[in-house]
Design a protein around this ligand. Structure first.
Ligand code: MGD
Ligand code: MGD
Ligand code: MO
Length: 685
């Protein structure tokens, strides 16, 4: 391996992978001295990481050795939700948890629900051993919708999968639309490529309701209203058609449903769209001109714009654009939302759905966990949820409509186990709180959604305190429940080998930490989309079969601005740069940079409410209220307030966060939450 700095002479460097839910999936080099991780750096030998990490992850040692790290298993000693615990041994904790789960499973295993998301994106510590355990048990299945399923479903329907441009080729684009992405904050390594393109003469356009630090550095910022992206995409099509900036040959040979889409788009002149999006007509015309006449043109879409009612349709509409102008012909043209569909992950080998042995448990949507926990047994719903096992997630902080989530977690008759690094908002409600290892302490293997390399993570240090890997906890529970299938004895390293089978050379992963997948440079230059028709499907027969519109359309938000005079402002709650969802909020050096929970609002909205920067405000709607400090700023557009997330509730001035205001309604496709489709009112507190 190539050491990047000069480690002290007795130090070793261990190859790893950043575990976070971020498109960059960086290759890590951890310097270990005397068994202690001194430093975490980006691996310079990995071209996507290029030796650079974001500020958050460079603080990994601070987080790992944090004085509040959970070090022993804990059992609740105070009232539910009080966060009062007493230490117990692993044997006591695991024996009792196994007994409680066994008793519930004897009545109906579906009364047990695993709840997890992407605290680690690792395939082994994510849904490896845990999935085997819950499949064998016959527990309820979890619909993992909280982040990306609206956009993901839209890509599947349009392009055939979570596939698109290879990120490295953005460096050669001449026009880049940074669409619904604050790349500097949440996709830093892409931004470095966009900067390279900019230096070589590319034009950068940011499409985002908020004037982000990324918008500041683009040539143009289109500050549309949240949830109006499909209208913008349809107007761009309208202009491409009326000016004949179309690639007729590409349309003819590689798309499906062009006549129908053409007819739909012609209903969207820029004047109509300008009204809906709240942006000038001239800006829409200019964007269409640039997109229709600049080659190669590339779109970096991110998930920020699909957290509204019409999020799936919006991604469908945008994903059609490259085919209209034939952008896919060039490797630096096309679109990237997610590359995860390129990875040949052997999920069945890892997760073993065959252990269900013919049972078909119900599926619970994680995005409506509040309602699910408050549901009584019924024929439609099935048994009441009696036990919840949470790992890799902090639902009390991150799930929508927190009041209901909290009420559900506070149920006296709910048995809750939480595997965590820290005593998060969710951990406060645990009956058993189990200390988990961090990425520096366990094996794992990673796909990426922003590039096309597989990464291996080797443990750099021994577990801190008595922490155990998620895999070890589920292995131990399986043993106690008498699950004797050989797969429960697989080691983490063996599971890393199973994750990609023969599709990736494991020796390469062991020696350099990463392996590049053989993805063609311009994957759809000659069509060949992984859809049923092999074409880019403007029209989707599969959606029609589900009773949905076969063509993309603009679907207004559930909560359209202007529809509710008591709550006239739209609120979005995108990520804060120095946090990763609710992770890192308790790392002091990063919290000091973010300061405190803020609500950005435009001077035109602040003035009539008598609000100045630094004042406490009450942000409210019918679902609840949340207090934080006002930041009167043109980072917010008129009519839209930005509540940067995701703070721990217990660190907020009144013990809540923005999700006190968000709703449990779902998107048009993918059953996903609508965090950015939310009306509020703001007043001085
Ligand atoms: N630093 C940091 N990085 C992160 C995360 C984090 O919390 N912090 N989160 C990670 C996760 S879980 C994910 S899923 C990824 C992607 O996470 P995303 O949610 O895509 O995050 P952003 O890149 O911040 O993009 C969101 C942007 O979309 C904008 N936006 C909101 N509503 C709309 C809309 O209706 N239309 C348009 N066009 N834009 C809109 C927001 O203002 C914001 O700037 O990022 C990951 N990276
Ligand atoms: N209002 C609003 N809400 C949002 C969003 C938003 O933009 N606005 N974004 C949404 C999105 S995109 C997402 S992806 C979700 C994210 O929601 P979550 O996936 O819940 O993400 P985090 O809040 O980062 O919580 C992950 C937790 O996993 C823990 N963890 C990390 N590694 C391990 C491990 O190896 N073992 C165990 N046992 N635990 C581990 C961390 O300590 C952390 O507390 O939030 C969603 N919520
Ligand atoms: Mo996410």
């Amino acid at each position: 391996m190539t050491p990047s700095a000069n480690p002290p002479s007795d130090a070793v460097q261990v190859l790893g992978a950043c575990p976070h839910d971020c498109p960059d999936t960086c290759a890590l080099l951890t310097t270990v001295e005397g068994g202690v991780a001194r430093r975490v750096q980006g691996n310079p030998a990995h071209r996507h990481t290029d030796g650079a990490l974001c500020t958050k992850v460079s603080r990994y040692p601070e987080r790992t050795y944090h004085p509040e790290r959970l070090l022993t298993p804990l059992r609740r000693s105070g009232p539910k939700g009080s966060g009062q615990f007493e230490p117990v041994s692993w044997d006591e904790a695991l024996d009792d948890i196994a007994a409680r789960l066994r008793a519930i499973a004897a009545r109906d295993p579906q009364a047990i629900l695993p709840y997890s998301y992407a605290g680690t994106m690792g395939l082994v510590q994510g849904d490896g051993m845990a999935a085997r355990f819950f499949h064998r048990l016959g527990a309820s299945l979890l619909d993992r919708t909280i982040c990306a399923s609206a956009g993901g479903e839209a890509l599947v329907q349009t392009l055939g999968g979570k596939v698109g441009m290879k990120v490295e080729h953005f460096a050669e684009s001449k026009l880049i639309l940074v669409w619904g992405s604050n790349s500097i904050g949440s996709n830093l390594h892409f931004w470095r490529l966009a900067q390279k393109a900019k230096r070589d003469g590319a034009r950068l356009v940011c499409i985002d309701p908020r004037r982000t630090e990324t918008a500041d550095k683009c040539h143009e910022h289109i500050a549309l209203r949240p949830g109006t992206d499909a209208a913008l995409a349809l107007a761009l099509m309208h202009e491409l058609i009326t000016h004949d900036w179309l690639d007729h040959d590409y349309l003819e040979r590689h798309t499906l449903g062009w006549d129908a889409l053409r007819e739909r788009a012609l209903q969207w002149p820029p004047e109509r769209t300008a009204e809906i999006c709240g942006v000038p007509v001239a800006q829409i015309r200019q964007l269409a001109h640039d997109y229709g006449t600049t080659k190669p043109a590339a779109i970096r879409l991110n998930y920020g714009m699909q957290r509204v009612r019409g999020g799936g349709n919006a991604v469908r509409a945008i994903a059609c654009l490259p085919a209209l102008v034939g952008a896919w012909r060039h490797r630096a043209g096309g679109l990237l939302l997610s590359a995860s569909g390129y990875f040949p992950a052997q999920r069945a080998a890892l997760q073993r759905p065959d252990l269900l042995a013919g049972r078909t448990p119900r599926t619970i949507n994680m995005s409506t966990i509040g309602d699910a926990l408050l549901s009584e047994a019924s024929t439609g719903f099935g048994p009441k949820i009696e036990a919840l096992v949470v790992y890799n997630s902090n639902p009390v902080a991150v799930a929508p409509e927190s009041a209901k989530v909290v009420q559900g977690f506070a149920r006296e008759d709910l048995f809750t186990v939480v595997l965590e690094h820290f005593q998060t908002d969710t951990a406060d409600y645990a009956d058993y709180l189990l200390p988990a290892t961090t990425q520096l302490e366990h094996w794992d293997i990673h796909a990426s959604y922003g590039h096309t390399d597989v990464l291996l993570n080797r443990p750099a240090i021994a577990p801190v305190g008595q922490a155990k890997a998620n895999s070890a906890v589920f292995r131990a529970l399986a043993e106690r429940l008498g699950f004797d299938e050989p797969c429960f004895a697989d080691s983490d390293e063996a599971m890393c080998r199973q994750a990609f089978g023969d599709a990736v050379n494991f020796d390469t992963l062991l020696s350099q930490g990463f392996a590049t997948l053989p993805v063609p440079d311009a994957p759809f230059a000659d069509g060949g989309f992984p859809t049923p028709s092999g074409r880019c499907e403007f029209f989707s027969a599969r959606l029609v079969a589900q009773g949905l519109d076969g063509l993309p359309d603009h679907l207004p938000n559930h909560e359209v601005a202007g529809s509710d005079p008591r709550h006239p402002l739209a609120m979005i709650s995108p990520p804060a740069r120095h946090f990763l969802n609710s992770t890192f909020v308790n790392v002091q050096s990063l919290r000091s940079v973010e300061g405190e929970p803020l609500l950005e609002l435009h001077p035109d909205d602040a003035a009539p409410r008598g609000i100045d920067s630094g004042q406490m405000v009450r942000v409210f709607n019918a679902r609840g209220e949340y207090r934080c400090k006002a930041d009167v700023s043109t980072r917010a557009r008129p009519g839209v307030v930005n509540g940067l997330g995701i703070w721990w509730r217990k660190l907020g001035p009144d013990g809540t966060n923005v999700n006190q205001l968000t709703s449990q309604r779902l998107t048009d496709l993918g059953r996903a939450p609508v965090f950015y489709d939310c009306l509020v009112e703001v007043e001085r507190a």
